[in-house]
Unconditional design. Structure first.
Length: 149
């Protein structure tokens, strides 16, 4: 099992940041491993909603199906995988701070079988990808996405 936590401060309100992160249509913009993400249950997003994420990892297509396990706008959202290469959970916490919003992202993965042998490599790849993705989201939100105000 591995657990990764990364954080970034974004010069936008928690409401704006939560809205951006909780809309899967934006995910490929800030996470370069994501090819597409779509809500597979009826809108709006909430606890119990399901999401499909198609990723490209090491030139391989990887699909995850997620169930939203927590949805507390604009403070927190979390998902757990219900299908995919390994059981995984993801949680985002959004905290108002001076100058904007602090985003904390935590990913927990449970590789099994042959994937366990590669767990240190998988963990480091997830950590570096997450850190880069959060920084990209910060840049996008601070420079290109209009405020909801």
């Amino acid at each position: 099992m591995f657990a990764i936590t990364e954080a970034v401060t974004i010069n936008r309100s928690p409401e704006d940041v939560f809205a951006y992160f909780s809309d899967g249509r934006h995910r490929p913009e800030w996470d370069t491993t994501v090819v597409s993400e779509e809500l597979t249950s009826p809108p709006p997003v909430g606890v119990g909603s399901t999401i499909r994420t198609r990723m490209s990892v090491l030139s391989r297509r990887v699909d995850f199906e997620w169930r939203v396990s927590r949805f507390d706008p604009p403070l927190r959202m979390a998902t757990v995988s219900i299908e995919g290469p390994m059981p995984t959970s993801v949680e985002f916490a959004f905290t108002a701070v001076e100058g904007g919003c602090r985003v904390r992202a935590a990913i927990e993965g449970h590789p099994a079988g042959m994937m366990r042998l590669a767990e240190p490599l998988i963990s480091e790849s997830v950590r570096s990808t997450l850190a880069a993705a959060l920084e990209r989201a910060r840049l996008l939100l601070e420079t290109t996405h209009p405020s909801r105000q």
